[in-house]
Design a protein around this ligand. Structure first.
Ligand SMILES: Nc1ncnc2c1ncn2[C@@H]1O[C@H](COP(=O)(O)OP(=O)(O)OP(=O)(O)O)[C@@H](O)[C@H]1O
Ligand SMILES: [Mg+2]
Length: 292
C-alpha cells in the first residue's frame, strides 16, 4: 500500500510551536524508516496516520483514497504499536490477543484461535502462553505488541520506537522479526537510532522540529557526503578549529587525543584521511553536527 502525506500540519491545543509543519512524505511498500531526535514529531505523525488523532491541516491518501473519508476501511488494514503501550498485565498472551480479536470484530472462536496461534508463532512467543504479560521482559512485551498489531493481517504496520530499552540480543531479534513480516506490507518504523534502520530500510525520512530534513533513498542520503567525509586524530586546538570550519559528525578520544570525523568539501588538515561515510555521519551532518 502506498501512503501519501500532503501538507500535514499539527498544532496541539496547548502546544507552543507546530509539532508538524507542512510535511509532505510519500511512503512506498516496504520498511520505511522515520528518524529524528526527541520531539522531532515522529509520534505525532504516526498517531495521525494511525487515525488516533486528527491533523490541524493537510491530507493523507492510501492508494490514492482519502483517509478522512475512508477511516473504517483503512483501519481494517492497519496495525499500530504505540510508543508507550500498557498491555493488560493480568492477562496472558492468548487472553490478550483474544480480546484484540474481539475488538477487531472477529466473532468466530475457531477463526480467532487460528489467528492467535499464527501471531504467537510469528513473533516467537510459543511456550510463553501461560505467563501473565505483567511478567514478560521488555523484549517479550514488544513482541506481544507486534502480535497484537498483526491480528487481522494488516497491509500497513505503524511501529513507534520499538527498540528503545531493549538489550542487544532482543533488539536484533526484533529487527529480524520486522524484516520477516515486511513482505507485501508497508511498515512505518520510527527510531532515533541510525543502526536500527541501517539494514532494514531502503527509504527514510529525517524529521527535525516538525519539518522534513531528508526524504528518499537511504543510499542517496549517505552518498551526498561521499568524498567529503574525513577523519583525523589531532590536537584539541585542531578539534576546535574543525568544529568551526566543518560539520563534525563524531569525536572519540583515543588515549586523550580527539579522533574527529567531519564533513567538508576539502580535508582542511592535510593529513586527514578520506573515509566512507556511514548513515550516522549523514544523519548527524543533516542535523547540523554533534553537540558537546
Ligand atoms: N499532547 C501534546 N500537547 C502539546 N504538545 C505536544 C503533545 N504531544 C507532543 N507535543 C509536542 O510536539 C512535538 C513533537 O512531539 P512528538 O512526541 O511527536 O516527538 P517524537 O519525535 O515522537 O519524540 P520522541 O523521540 O521523544 O518520542 C514536541 O515538541 C512535543 O513537545
Ligand atoms: Mg515519539
Amino acid at each position: 500500500m502506498n501512503i501519501e502525506i500532503k501538507n500535514l500540519t499539527k498544532i496541539y491545543p496547548r502546544g507552543k510551536k507546530k509539532a508538524l509543519n507542512n510535511v509532505d512524505i510519500t511512503i512506498p511498500q516496504g520498511i520505511f524508516g522515520l528518524i529524528g531526535r526527541n520531539g522531532a514529531g515522529k509520534t505525532t505523525l504516526m498517531r495521525i496516520v494511525a487515525t488516533v488523532m486528527d491533523a490541524t491541516d493537510g491530507e493523507i491518501l492510501f492508494d490514492g483514497k482519502e483517509l478522512k473519508a475512508n477511516k473504517d476501511e483503512f483501519r481494517s488494514s492497519l496495525g499500530y504499536l504505540p510508543q508507550s503501550t500498557k498491555l493488560m498485565p493480568r492477562l496472558n498472551i492468548v487472553e490478550f490477543l483474544d480480546y484484540v480479536c474481539i475488538m477487531k470484530g472477529m466473532k468466530d472462536k475457531i477463526v480467532r484461535q487460528q489467528k492467535i496461534k499464527w501471531a504467537i508463532e510469528t513473533v516467537g512467543l510459543v511456550g510463553e502462553e501461560k505467563k501473565r504479560l505483567g511478567n514478560y521482559s521488555g523484549g517479550m512485551l514488544r513482541r506481544a505488541g507486534i502480535a497484537q498489531a498483526l491480528i487481522g493481517d494488516p497491509k500497513v504496520l505503524i511501529i513507534d520506537e520499538p527498540t528503545t530499552g531493549l538489550d542487544p540480543e532482543e533488539r536484533l531479534y526484533f529487527l529480524n522479526l520486522l524484516s520477516k513480516i515486511a513482505s507485501e506490507r508497508t511498515i512505518i518504523f520510527s527510531t532515533h537510532i541510525t543502526a536500527d534502520i541501517e539494514h532494514l530500510c531502503t527509504n527514510i525520512c529525517v524529521l527535525e522540529q516538525g519539518e522534513v530534513k531528508y526524504l528518499g533513498q537511504k543510499s542517496a542520503f549517505i552518498e551526498k557526503i561521499a568524498g567529503k567525509t574525513w577523519e583525523i586524530t589531532c590536537t584539541p586546538a585542531d578539534e576546535e578549529m574543525l568544529r568551526r570550519e566543518a560539520t563534525v559528525t563524531s569525536v572519540a578520544y583515543v588515549e586523550g587525543s580527539p579522533c574527529v570525523r567531519y564533513v567538508a568539501d576539502h580535508p582542511i588538515l592535510p593529513t586527514a584521511g578520506n573515509v566512507k561515510p556511514t548513515l550516522e555521519d549523514a544523519y548527524i551532518y543533516t542535523l547540523g553536527g554533534v553537540k558537546r
